[in-house]
Each structure stands twice: as C-alpha cells, then as structure tokens.
Design a protein around this ligand. Structure first.
Ligand SMILES: Nc1ncnc2c1ncn2[C@@H]1O[C@H](COP(=O)(O)OP(=O)(O)OP(=O)(O)O)[C@@H](O)[C@H]1O
Ligand SMILES: [Mg+2]
Length: 385
C-alpha cells in the first residue's frame, strides 16, 4: 500500500486547542507526528502539549491559511470554523479532513437534519423556523425541541418545550423544531472511516444525562441494551458516515425509543466526549484512530478490552481561578481509575476540566466506582468569587 503522506513525521494542523485537541496531540506524538494548534488563547490545553501554537481565531482567514501552509494535513476538534476559508484552502490543494463541505453541512443543525432525511436515515421529524414564532411552533405541535441552527454545544442551543407555555423559553435565533422523542436510552457510536473507504464502528455506548441538564453525566460501555440493538446502532452509524463520505472519526448520537426504534439525533464531525473511554478501554483510541483515518493509514481494531464507565469532571458552581483538584488522592486509590485533567488555566462553573474513566471487568462495579469518584472529586479555583 502506498502511504498518502510522509510517515511518521506528518505535520498535523489542528484547529481548536481544547481537551479533544490535547488528547489528539498526545496520540499524534506517540506515532511520531508533529502538531501545530490554532487557538485564540495562548497555552491552550492542546497547545501546551503540541509546543507550537498559532494564536488566532477559528474565523480568521489569515490564521487558517498560515496553519494550512505550515502543515501536511489540517483537521479540527470543534465545528465552529469559517468553512469558506477552508473550502478555498482545499481548492488550492491543502489536505483538510473531514472535508470542509461536510463540516459546512453538519455545523448547521438544519442542513444536518436535511442531510439525514435525504439519506433516508431515521431521525425525528423537523421543520425550519427562520424566527421563533408562537403560532408556527403551535402549528408544528407540542411537545417539541427547538434547536439553534448554529453555535450550540453541550445543550446550550437546545430548548425542550412540553407545552405552549414553554414557548417563553424559546431561543431568539434562526432554528429548527423537531418532535420530542420519548427515548428510553441515549446511545452513541463512534465511527472511523479512512480515505480508502474502510469504515469501523466502536462498541455502542450509553449516555446518561443528569435530569434537567444536557451535559453528559455518565457514560457506560458496553451499553446495557440487547446485542441486536447494539449491532443495529453500529450499523446505522456506519451507514450515516458512509452516506456523508466522511473521512476521520465521527460521533453519532442516537435515541432508542420505547418501541426499540433507533433515531439519529446528531452527528459530530470529530472525536467526541462519548469516545473518551477508548483511550484505556479499546484496542485503538479514538484520537489515534482519527489520525490514522486522515493520514490514509489502516484503521486500528475497535474492540473493547474491558468494560468502562466515564464521568466528566466539571468545575464547581463557584469555581474561579487556577484549578484546585480536591479529593484526587482518595479517587486514585480506587483500582481501575484513570484520571485526565485537561490543563485549563482557570476553573469556571461547570466547565469541563477533566474526566475519569474507570475500568472494571464488571460494568456495574465500574459504574459504582465512577459514581464514587464523582462524589470524591471537586474542582474549585484558587480564587474565591
Ligand atoms: N428530539 C428530541 N427529543 C427529546 N430530547 C432531545 C431531542 N433532541 C435533543 N434532546 C435532548 O437534548 C440533548 C442535547 O441535544 P443535542 O445533542 O441535539 O444538542 P447539543 O447542543 O449538540 O448537545 P451536545 O453538544 O451536548 O451533544 C440530547 O442529548 C437529548 O437529551
Ligand atoms: Mg448532542
């Protein structure tokens, strides 16, 4: 097989310097690549590890160009990027994966839903709402979920409305509304696809959310669903990424309905929070897998080596200043606890500061340990509010 890029010293240009980028840079270094990170904040979590950062925004054409011109391949760890510039750089011959056109489709939730509908991928029915209008929402029918077309993440661009009185919580932006799905579980499947078209799914995970909040609370792998449902979820996720002609790693979020139907909720064109456990629990982690995919290398095996539970470590409600990790020693005494702290300069309320993956051959034991760690660790800041 002919290598698509010089190996092993490919220069990776990474747009976004957050935790996903940090973990990708670590994987890149392990396989001998160098990395340049583009991020507006100096010493970003990924920039610290890369050792080379361009300070600039994701919508700054000159900085995006500088990144592309210093690297062999450009990729990203977030969606909110100026795709016009990426499309232009691609036309000029720069390697950018996933493809800028694909990113443009997915970064707008309306065009993403249209793609799913046109590709015949089951998803909740929806309608475009150019502006929030009470009559139009009522015409669509409650309960519904309003989603901002752009810029939402961690549930911030989402408003769940049970009845017409909830319209007061509408988002005053161009959006779509979709049917509220009575889901018995939320599942996710990480999918990798390389430029040769080889496509592999990771084992289905189960995402548990805290009531009333949209930030992922606990992730379990394998998901507690019958084998045929896990296989169907993986097949649907693969079909979705093949329909997109995607190259890279993708997170496919799914609903499992009361009557065992699978619906695709959304697709992330990047590594994803629901794949963090792959670092310790799978044969190939999602970050190395993404690099393999975009470098035209063979994909690694996605097998689960051991059951795992994962929790995010968020800043406490009053966190402020240089992070202080309380309860770390007690948590590290628990066998199977793998701690990740992201190196963010400041703790802020509910900010993702790290995560913990717990490995245990018994998934319910892994879950209990993860819940214990969640109670043990509190992330505050040196300064008090
Ligand atoms: N149609 C729906 N029916 C019921 N619940 C929904 C629906 N759409 C979204 N939700 C709930 O809201 C959460 C966030 O929605 P979604 O994943 O679309 O938004 P997001 O802002 O991209 O969030 P994240 O970045 O955390 O993935 C979902 O995980 C789910 O719990
Ligand atoms: Mg989501």
């Amino acid at each position: 097989m002919k290598d698509a890029y010089p190996y092993p010293v490919a220069r990776i240009g990474l747009i976004g310097g957050g935790q996903l980028g940090r973990m990708m840079v670590k994987a890149a270094k392990r396989i001998g690549c160098t990395c340049v990170v583009l991020d507006p904040y100096p010493m970003s979590p990924a920039g610290q590890v890369a050792g080379h950062q361009i300070i600039g925004g994701y919508h700054d054409p000159a900085k995006l160009r500088e990144l592309a011109e210093t690297c062999d391949v450009v990729t990203f760890e977030l969606e909110d990027i100026d795709t016009e510039t990426l499309l232009q750089l691609e036309r000029e011959g720069h390697n950018i994966y996933p493809a800028p056109a694909l990113l443009a489709t997915l970064q707008d939730k309306l065009t993403q839903k249209r793609f799913l509908r046109d590709a015949d991928i089951p998803t909740a029915d929806f309608e475009e709402m150019p502006s929030a209008d009470a009559d139009a929402f009522a015409g669509f029918g409650y309960p519904l979920v309003q989603k901002a077309r752009r810029g939402g993440y961690d549930g911030r661009g989402v408003s769940v409305m049970q009845t017409a009185t909830d319209f007061q919580h509408h988002l005053p932006v161009p959006s779509l509304v979709e049917r509220f799905v009575e889901a018995k579980k939320e599942l996710a499947v990480m999918v990798a696809r390389n430029s040769m078209g080889d496509c592999r799914a990771y084992p289905t995970v189960e995402m548990c959310f805290r009531a009333g909040e949209n930030v992922l609370d606990l992730l379990l792998c394998p998901a507690a669903v019958p084998k045929n449902i896990a296989s169907a979820a993986e097949a649907l996720a693969v079909r979705t990424i093949e329909a997109l002609d995607g190259v890279g790693v993708f997170g496919v979020e799914l609903f499992l309905t009361e009557d065992d139907q699978l619906l695709v909720n959304e697709i992330a064109p990047r590594t994803h929070n629901s794949g963090h456990h792959t670092i310790e629990a799978c044969m190939t982690d999602q970050f190395e897998q993404h690099l393999r995919a975009i470098l035209g290398l063979p994909l690694g095996a996605t097998d689960l080596l051991t059951p795992a539970a994962m929790i995010n470590l968020l800043g406490e409600a009053d966190a402020n200043g240089r992070p202080v990790i309380n309860g770390m020693a007690a948590a590290l005494e628990i066998p199977g606890v793998c701690l990740h702290i992201y190196g963010k300069a400041e703790a802020k309320p509910f900010r993702k500061m790290g995560h913990v993956t717990v490995l245990d051959k018994d998934i319910s034991e892994a879950r209990h340990k993860a819940e214990r760690v969640r109670d043990l660790i509190q992330i505050t800041g040196e300064q008090h509010p």
